[in-house]
Design a binder for this molecule. Structure first.
Ligand SMILES: Cc1cc2nc3c(=O)[nH]c(=O)nc-3n(C[C@H](O)[C@H](O)[C@H](O)COP(=O)(O)OP(=O)(O)OC[C@H]3O[C@@H](n4cnc5c(N)ncnc54)[C@H](O)[C@@H]3O)c2cc1C
Length: 414
């Protein structure tokens, strides 16, 4: 059996490493650039957030705005526990951080790259770097390729497309009969109208542990809860990144113009927040309102929120009228800010859109349109929120495809 893998990224290498352990199968790995595994190298700020310590397939799948339903069965067969065991068997230990993200204990993406390259080399995979694939076609059930240095490469009994979000990879899938759902960036930060945010420049670096962030587009309102980080340009942190993934398509359609709402007390009603303010008024009656924040709002942010509610910073708590407290409580439950653009999140980036999931059999990762064509990783219309979920998709789908081909080979040769 001769298998061609197109794309030397996370999915292509994991697939090759897994399949090359089976004798009798010849794997050739075509990578367009001279440096395979580039995204693994830069991932997680150079530390590579390999996976997430979430071991229930159903719960895990909810971290994927696209692919949620299809990945449930995939994770039932290969999930983060299997990833941990797989890398441990190859000599790489992973460790979880308090937020669930898992990194190699060396804290270096170089460890993952060395592990994958070593396995692939030991498994006898033919690695063809700087060898982009431009065309794939079938003749009598066998695949042929046109690559940078060859007009006719093959024949191969199976092809795995693991080209990530590259448009060239999507064109190859289209040429074999597949449809591509529209692409859109995912995992981005929110830029707030500069004319408003410049007054808040002192807030950069302030974080709040639990905020409900919502965004309203003409089609739909989205919201996500979690830690919020304020930056020089606007909003970031897990709640915003999660929200950007779930609203990726709708926000692209509005050119990233929408209304953002921040609820700083998601566990309390507006009346309860008003009650907290009244208690602060009694306890800190002699203090300036700006110096009496309600936990857990940091003082710097408290001052900004007070001004946004129209209350002068030097006003004494004892002088606050009920109407002022009411408008302050309303603002703490819904601070509305105009979104005017998207920023980049340097630690992780992913594209939503790709090969239409209806056209894939997720039991094997095989195309329903072109037999013996397989897909793995980000080339599919699958993407996850930040936290190691995108690599987990690459490992799981690559493993399923490799296992299917291994079993096929055994069946045909016994
Ligand atoms: C800055 C950054 C940080 C990230 N950090 C994390 C993280 O910490 N954790 C996480 O889970 N996810 C992270 N991600 C997302 C993750 O990197 C991707 O989801 C993952 O790499 C997808 O793997 P893949 O193999 O499908 O695609 P890729 O890793 O993109 O690999 C595709 C490969 O195919 C090659 N290729 C494309 N077209 C052709 C062709 N025609 N012929 C030959 N070769 C071709 C490309 O050159 C590339 O090497 C990060 C992404 C970025 C950009």
């Amino acid at each position: 059996m001769k298998v061609a893998v197109i794309g030397g990224g996370a999915a292509g290498y994991f697939f090759s490493a897994q399949l090359s352990q089976s004798p009798g199968i010849e794997v050739t790995l075509f990578e367009g650039t001279s440096r395979p595994l580039t995204k693994v190298r830069i991932s997680g700020g150079g530390r590579c957030n390999v996976t997430h310590n979430l071991f229930d397939p159903q719960a895990l799948s909810t971290s994927y705005p696209r692919g949620q339903r299809e990945l449930r069965s995939v994770f039932a067969r290969f999930q983060p526990q299997d990833t941990i065991a797989w890398f441990a068997k190859a000599g790489v230990q992973l460790r979880a951080e308090p937020d669930g993200r898992m990194f190699p204990t060396t804290n270096s993406s170089g460890t993952i790259i060395a592990c994958l390259k070593d396995l692939v080399t030991k498994g006898g995979v033919v690695q063809r770097n700087s060898e982009a694939c431009f065309a794939i076609w079938k003749e009598q059930d066998l695949f042929w390729l046109r690559t940078r240095h060859s007009d006719r490469e093959g024949p191969f009994s199976a092809v795995v497309l693991a080209t990530g979000s590259s448009p060239q990879g999507h064109r190859l899938a289209e040429s074999l009969g597949h449809s591509i759902t529209p692409l859109a960036p995912s995992l981005f930060t929110f830029e707030i109208a500069p004319h408003l945010w410049k007054h808040q420049s002192g807030l950069a670096g302030v974080s709040v542990p639990d905020v409900n962030v919502s965004v309203s587009t003409p089609q739909k309102k989205f919201s996500r809860r979690g830690p919020l980080l304020l930056t020089h340009w606007g909003l970031s942190g897990p709640a915003v990144l999660k929200l950007s993934a779930f609203a990726a398509r709708e926000l692209q359609a509005t050119h990233y113009k929408a209304l953002v709402g921040l609820d700083f007390f998601p566990e309390r009603s507006t009346e309860e927040v008003l009650h907290s303010l009244q208690q602060q008024k009694q306890t800190f009656s002699r203090q300036n309102a700006a110096n009496a924040p309600v936990e857990p709002i940091p003082k710097r942010l408290w001052r900004s929120l007070q001004m946004a509610a129209g209350i002068p910073p030097e006003k004494k708590m004892s002088d606050l009228k009920r109407t002022e407290l009411e408008s302050w409580a309303a603002l703490l439950k819904n601070w509305e800010l105009p979104l005017t653009g998207k920023g980049t999140f340097k630690e992780e980036f992913v594209t939503c859109g790709g090969v239409d999931l209806k056209e894939i059999d997720f039991r094997s990762m095989q195309s329903k349109i072109c037999s013996n064509l397989f897909f793995a990783g980000e080339v599919l219309d699958v993407d996850g929120i930040t936290g190691g979920f995108n690599f987990q998709n690459a490992w799981s789908t690559a493993w399923i495809a490799a296992e299917h081909l291994r079993k096929e080979f055994l069946r045909n040769n016994n």
